[in-house]
Structures are given as structure tokens and as C-alpha cells.
Design a protein around this ligand. Sequence first.
Ligand code: BGC
Length: 913
Amino acid sequence: MSAPALRISHLRCEYLVAPLGIDERAPRLSWTIASDRRGARQEAYRVRVASAAEKLAQDEGDLWDSGRVESNQTTHVVYEGRPLQSRDMCHWCVEVWDEAGLTARSAPSVWTMGLLEKTDWSAFWITADPKIIERDPEAITPTLTEPGTPALFRKEFAVPGPVKRATLYASARGLFRLRLRGRRVGEDVFTPEWTDYDKRIHYRTYDVTGLVGRGRNVIAAMLGDGWWSGYVGWQETRARYGSLENSLLVQLEVELVDGERLTLGTDGTWTCNTGPILSSDFMMGEIYDARRERAGWDRTDFAGKDWLPVREAASPAVPLVAQRSEPVRVVETILPVSPNEVRPGVFIYDLGQNISGWVRLRFSTMPAGTRVQLRHGERLNPDGTLYTENLRRAKATDVYICKGGGEEVWEPRFTFHGFQYIELTGLPSAPGRNVVTGCVVRSATSLAGHFECSHAGVNRLWLNGLWSQRGNFLTVPTDCPQRDERLGWMGDAQVFLRTASYNMDVAAFFTKWMIDVEDAQTADGIFPDVAPRLREGKNFIGLDGLGGAAGWADAGIIVPWTLWRVYGDRRIIERHWKAMTAWLDWIERHNPDGLRTRELGNNYGDWLCIPSDTTFRTHSPMKNLLATAYWAGDAMKMARMARELGREAEAKRFQAMFGKVRAAFQKEFLREDGRLTVETQTAYLLALAFNLVPENVRDRVAEHLVENIKALDWHLSTGFIGISHLNPQLTFAGHADIAYRLLLRDDYPSWLYPVMHGATTIWERWNGWTEKEGFFNPQMNSFNHYSLGSVGEWLFRHVAGIELDPEVSGFQRFVLRPFIGPGLDFVRASYHTLHGEIRSDWKRAGRQLTWTVHVPTNTTAHVFVPSDPETGVTEGGVPIEKVDGLRVAGRDGRFLLCEAPAGTYTFASSWQD
Ligand code: BGC
């Protein structure tokens, strides 16, 4: 059967597939259309939203029927139907007409509304009675510092008739795992996810219709520490949000077939007890004694006589909100090869990949009481033993005590580690096969891009960036997953964001995180350096004071800007407009002369550049340059966003601010000959990237950048801030060949140096490990930090050539412009946008260049075909000028420019490096 001529797929609500329990009252809908016909586009659409699947099936849009709308819009279509209420089921589909008169209808999708009002919650917050521990002192193990002891909770209830629909809403101060009649509720882990608990707390919604039944039921919960009360950041500080007491909120709503409704919520009638988890903490690890499992606790017919009533806990003063991003899950598993016994009884496993997550253990028979210990590390010592010094005070140790008597399968519930190697000890004999499985845990964002080329090292480099993203995008974008830190560092996030958006669909993930960022802004407008913000622990000064640093706090502008540019999302800039304005007001108030020299305390400069630029508490001319450049960059972005929102007066104001800061920058830092007064690669890169030098000296500025690189024998020397601009700016300035040269270097310092030495993720520093010096000082030496991997952006934008249109946001119109450079013979790249998949594959044989591209249906591309001037270009074997639909628009140096409507095209041209 041939594929239908017009197909609709990827129905999304607020970027998510069929989300449950949202609290967005005007959700935005998106879909993708595909046709095999060149030039196909959407002429009109009609969205129907119905309160029941049957109604939708009969074409009844009782919640909303948009009617036929003449438009090519397929993204961010705002729901404009009946006001949405708590618990509403919204079944929807879209019907589309294309320009050839064909029509298609999507399969139905759904979203549901969560609990929108405070009064929707009838459940009470509960906490375990501390007596459960007093009478069971063995519930706490002395091996970890002040461990958290996850408690168990349960409640039996009866359902009088057959169930039509059952929905469960749950939240916690801490982390919950829920079970209904012995079965797990959902696959999410680490719920609810991290927010500033002083500002808002997430709840999650689950459809549990299949888990609740007529008759007796039981709901059971396990409650752990997580971000609420466990260790977060460094300095061994727990209870960042002021309390060590975990508490739980569960509300189960059951609708019976006969229409009756019953609601069961946490309250004083629930009971609690200690359980098998003796301690659990993100940094420290988990200790689980399987002999202490309370068999049957999550089922009916469980005696439970010694369980104590729970206590009610105070309700939080802050709102409960629905989570608007993909949940954290185990997304894949990895089986290691056989272990090495490095000392008697000490077995080291290598997963072959540095990951974030945990180990699943499986034993067939083990004597009861066997204490199996797992330690986790990213690297090995020269003698093959586990290297853990760089974890600082994160113990990253899990212990499983066997119950004996048959197969045992276990994985921890409330901890995760960053590791490639596992040390297994405590077994009475050598481990059998499949004892250890690595579980990869992360926010379950879907893959968007793929990059592959003729150079194995570059392929691994791209993959290392992707793996560092997998390892660090865990509810918020963190710096690293292994040591006692794991914070939402803003600088790291902003330099990597464009790369991240090519690798995965991160729209919902960053939409959520921007709320954390705004929650952390001070009353007078200062954005933080880390988000979510942390409270100051008693013995610790610092984290809460971190704010306003150049390149870090500026993520408060750069993230909404990038989400708007990449996803065409205007709402994100509208929603954060005030916050962004407040930040620029603050900078302006404190730096009236246009030079941003008055920072709050920290200025990290071009963090981890070579040689390093003093410490983060001191200042230097380079740091002033960097801060001023970022200010100008912010102002320019604000001016453009203001225009997008129709805020003309503000557009003028920010344009003027840009002009003033640019002038101050030139006066302070630019010499007449195009040299900067501070001569680092990053100084030149920022001057170019943020348009800070007059047009007629740009070329000279770029020449000085090239001289700098040459003086280092063609090596890079930037830190976090400069690195994302390095190859793009070289390319824009006409030096793509040098960008390729830097890319393909494999001696220190270079991107490929770690790759050559076995890296499977991006390292925090260029010199994390060198042949000469071995491991760098373990005080700050992570092997899974994505910032220096931001070259991924250049691979997609300039090597594959899949680039945003300079004027139009969101890839409905985009640019295809690969810069072919020495050292690569082919590139194959794809990128799944909200409008469908863009592809760019080029390969060359001698001077013959063949380039196949795909322009998704309902989009158009400005195509720059690399081709030597005076030589012909064909498409599908036909001279390009004669190809129907393609409009040749002229030449731009070594590119022939044409306009391409949707379709797949194969260009052939002549090219020589
Ligand atoms: C983190 C970073 C962060 C930096 C701020 C480090 O401890 O790991 O990646 O950006 O501090 O300077």
C-alpha cells in the first residue's frame, strides 16, 4: 500500500505528547504535516477539541472547534475554546488542507487538565511518625553521614463498583514512589522534580484506571530525600530548604461506571513504617537491606498491625504546580563486558560509556546477609582500581544486603551517580554473567538531531557532547552528575543551549527551567548564577549569594531568546519579559557609563580558559571586557525581542542601550588597528559575536584572532564562554578552514585530545587528564561537563549547514549552507524541528560535490549550494536554473543561492578546498 499523500503526525500540547494534568489554561497545539510532493504546504487547518473520545469521533468539538482557518501555521496554535476547568479531558485532532486541495485528518490525541485551584486538593500533607525509627534503631545505618531513611506509607480502601476512570495526583517535599495493588504507578523517577521549594512545588498526574479495581485496593508509597532534604551542592549541606522532614500528598480520584465519584487523599488514617532502605541520598548513595522488606505491604491482606498512624504535616505556603517538562526516567540500559578482578574480591566493570544513573543488580542465589557494595567512578587509576578522588565528598556508594533464597533483582530508588566504572565487592565468589546492568537515567527528552561524518574522532566528539547532555539534563541542566555539586549553573546552560537544541527536543525542558531562573531572581532584578536557587545552610555561606555574574546571570536573557529563535516560541519571551527587563535595568543602574565593571562579587570570566584568568572572586580587564560584551549582547537581543512583541518604545530603548555599551566597549577595549587591549581568543570572539566593532574593522579584528591562534601553533585557548563562538565566528569571518583545522587537531589542548584518550563524555577542563601530568587536581575535575562540547552547534549549523533564518524564528523558513572544509569527505546530518525533519548530506569525490537535502513539507529554505564560481550546478541531473520550483537568486562568493520549497533535492557541483 502506498503512503497517503498527506500525513499528519507529532501532535503536541505544550511541546509534550499527550500530557496529563497540565495547568496551562491556554495551551498551545502543534503538529507536523508531510507530503511527498515538492512544494507541498498547508493552506488551512481545523482543530477540534472534545470532552470525550466518542464526541471527537463524531466530529463534535464541544470544547473548541476552530473552524477552517486559512493559515500555514502548524505550531503554537493557542487553544481558544471553552475555558478549561480542573480535570477536563481534552481529546483533539486536526484536519488539514494543502495547496493542492488534498486533505487529511490526524489520529486523535489528548491532554488533560490538572488541579487548577487550591480548593481542588482535599488531601492533607502527611509525614512519618518519628517513632518508627525510635523503635527500630537498625533502620538507620551508621555508615553514611546523617542519612535519610525513606519511610513506607500505606492505606487500604474499597471501591464499590467497576471503575471508569481513576486519576492520581501526587506531590512531596522529598521524592515519592507509588504503588497501587502491588503495581508501580508510572515509570517516572525522582518525582516531584526539582524546583525552588520556597517558590513552588510540582505535582504529577497519573492515569491509574488500569491499576484500581472494584473491591479492596491498597495504595502504598515510599518517600525519600532528594533535593528537598538531601545533600545538594557542595559543603555537605542537607535541608537546603529549611527542613529535614519529608512529607507526602496523594489524591486519588475514582469515577465509577455508574457515575459515582470517590476521592481518597492522604490524611491521618494512613499508616507508616520503616522499610528496607536504610539510607538514600543523591550524593551518598543508597543502602538497602532486602531482609527488611515488608513482604506484601503494597497489597491487600497485609496484617500491618505494627504500622503507626502518620502525622499530618503543615501545607506549604507556595503553590502546587504541574510539571511542564518530560519526566526523569530510566531511558536505556547498558550491559558491561566481563569484569577485571583488580585485587582479590574486587571486581571492576567498564560500561564503555560514562553515564548518569545507577546499577541494577541481579543474583540467582546468594546467601542471606551477603553485603554487596557498589562504588562508582568515571576513570580508573593506572593500576586499574577505581578513581574516585574527583567525586569530592560524594560517596557514590550503594550497598545491597541479600535476602537469599532465589533470584534477587535490585536497583536503587532515590540516588544516582555519574560513572563509567563500577567497583563490585562483597561477593562470596566471582560474579556470574549479567550481575551488573548500567541504567541510564535522565529527563526523557526525545532525540532531535544526528550527526555523522567521515572522521571517526569527530563522530565520537559529537556523541560525547550528546552523552554529556544525557548525563546532565536531569530535571534541570546541571554542570556535572558525579561530584558533590550537580547544580543548575547558568553559564554552562547558556553556552550549550544551541547545541542541546540540535541534539534533543529541549523546548519543554528549558521552559520549565526558565521558571526556576525567574524564581531565583532577586527583587531588584539580579538573575542568579545557579537555578534553582538554594537556601543558605547553617554552616555555609555562598550559594544563595551567587548572582549576577557575567555570562552566567545573562542566561536569563539568552535562554528565552534562544527558545524563541529555535522554536518560534513568543510566549516564553512574553512571560519573562518583565524579569528580563528588570535584569537590564539593574545592570544599567549600576554601570551608568556603559562599561560593565561593577559585578556583584563573582566574575568567572572565560571560565577554565588557558591560562586561567585568576579566580572567580577577582577582577581583570578581560573580565570587564567579557561582562561589557555580554551586556551589549543582552541589549541587542532585547531590542529584537521587543520588536517581535510589538513593544516599539522598548525596542528603541534597548537599541540605544546597545549603541551606548558598544561605544563604551570600543573606547575602552578597541585600538585603531583592530587590536583589542586584552588579547585573548575569547576577547576577539565576543567582539565579533556581539557586533561590537565597526564594520570596517571587523576583518582586521578577525585577523588578530587568527594571529592569536597561529601564535599558539594553531591551538585553541578559550574557556567555557569563548568556546561556543570559536568555530562559528571563524566561519563567519571567512576562516572556515581554520575552524576545521582546530576541529581536527588531536594534541593538547584540543577537542579531540580527550577523544584520543578514551573520553566518552566531554571533560570539564582541557587538561582533565594529560599524558604529561596525569589527572588534574581532583578538587575540580569532572569528566562529564558539557560546556566545552558546545562545538556541536557548529557541526550542525555550519558543517552540515542547517541554520536558522536570520529574520524568521522557528525553522518554518531556514537556511541550508554547509561550509565544506579540509579533512572531511562526507557529512550526514538530520535535525527534527517542530516542522519535521531537515536533512543535509554532502559527500565529495575529488572535485565533485554531491549534496542531498530535505526541506520539510510546509517549510522553505534559502539554499546556499557550495560551488566554485563559473562552474555549473545541477539538481537531480538537471541544470539548477531549469528545475521547477527552485528559484536561483544569485551568487554569494562560493555559494550559489536559491530558494527551495519543501522537497528532497540532490545538488551536484564542483568544489575545491
Ligand atoms: C561548576 C561550573 C560552573 C562554575 C562557575 C563550577 O564549580 O562546575 O561548571 O559554571 O563552577 O564558575
